[in-house]
Write a protein that binds this ligand. Structure first.
Ligand code: KG4
Length: 339
């Protein structure tokens, strides 16, 4: 008999539902919330209200596209955290209610684990290259920068992580200083393609071990800009592409230097990347370059799995289902939770 999992993701500002059947993705519907754009960031109260409006139509659409009825579901998986509490509660409550009404198991998924396990999603008719265990996963997003040793689907160890800002956060803050929109990551990426990455140098941290730090880069970027603007008030406008390219290169170098160190120390050449920043062109190119230079087998997610999506939640739920690792009705949402 087939195992069919409905996944629900509502940790931030995307309402998403997806259906996975025996490890193969049947549908992945994402409703983004344009309401936050004019505020320059996600407004938690508005996010949770939009989730309330979106959740029923999004789930309905995911089931429809998958050609599956709710009665055929084996379990409902949901993001338990980390994320915005008001947003999480919409998905968690909906998932629990649906699972209860259908009398099927409910499965809690850690959003960060979801990003890592997205590498195991299979799609009909595609190559479906998957990392071999154990592998390293660089998880880089607006809230996290971690190097994770993935020993199995359920056993992961953080080998290094940021001690202050996350990589995405640093990029977003620097882009804000440049007067660009939010989130800055995709804008910086686009501009960087037209710029010279060697044009400027910014401070890189000197932290022993495998941890990261990005707050110094943010400060170095800010003070350098201030100096340049004193000389020329149009500096940003004239040099924005070079600034973006140099900033991106610095972030990518910092990320890859530590990742290389870990790969060498642990003698692992299966290396994956995940999270919002894994959409970055410079970082993707650095992975491909490391594959050639160091013989790494690299795993770069599809763009649709780099942003928040329920496909990764359904996949994680599927793997937990096989282990019969179910949640209970009283399990709360967690705004802060590690791996
Ligand atoms: O994982 P994610 O979607 O959300 C959370 O952090 O929860 O990651 C969002 C981060 C933001 O900082 C955004 O600017 C960054 O990912 N990002 C990018 C790109 N696309 C998204 N950063 C650099 N280049 C991109 N193409």
């Amino acid at each position: 008999m087939s195992t069919i999992i409905l996944g629900i993701e509502s940790s931030c500002d995307d309402t998403s539902a997806a259906v996975i059947k025996d490890g193969y993705l049947l549908s992945n519907v994402v409703a983004s919330q344009a309401v936050h754009e004019s505020y320059g960031g996600v407004v938690p109260e508005l996010a949770s209200r939009a989730h309330q409006q979106n959740i029923v139509p999004v789930v309905h659409e995911a089931l429809k596209r998958a050609g599956v009825t709710k009665e055929e579901l084996s379990a409902v998986a949901f993001t338990r955290g980390p994320g915005l509490m008001g947003s999480l509660l919409v998905g968690v409550s909906f998932a629990k209610g649906l699972a209860r009404s259908l009398d099927i198991p409910m499965i809690d998924v850690n959003h960060l684990v979801g990003h890592v396990l997205a590498h195991f999603i299979k799609t009909e008719g595609e190559e479906n290259k998957q990392p071999k265990l154990p592998f390293l996963c660089l998880l880089v997003s607006g809230g996290n920068s971690q190097i994770i040793l993935v020993k199995s689907h359920s056993e992961m160890e953080i080998l290094g992580q940021t001690i202050d800002d996350a990589a995405g956060e640093a990029i977003d803050k620097c882009s804000k200083v440049m007067g660009l929109g939010y989130p800055g990551g995709p804008i910086i990426d686009k501009m960087a393609r037209q710029g010279n990455p060697e044009a400027y140098t910014f401070n890189k941290p000197h932290i022993p071990g495998f941890n990261y730090s990005f707050s110094g880069l943010k400060t170095s970027f800010l003070y350098s800009l201030k100096d340049w603007l004193k000389e020329d008030p149009d500096f940003i406008e004239k040099h924005k592409n070079d600034l973006a390219a140099s900033l991106e290169k610095t972030v990518v170098d910092i990320l890859m230097d530590k990742l290389r160190k870990v790969a060498k120390e642990y003698k692992i050449n299966e290396v994956a990347v995940a999270g919002g920043v894994s959409a970055n062109t410079g970082l993707r190119n650095a992975f491909l370059d490391h594959a050639k230079r160091y013989g790494w087998n690299v795993y770069i997610p599809k763009f649709s799995y780099t942003t928040d999506n329920a496909a990764m939640i359904a996949m994680s739920g599927y793997l937990k289902y096989l282990d019969k690792d179910f949640a209970t009705i009283d399990l709360p949402a967690y705004s802060r939770v590690s791996l």
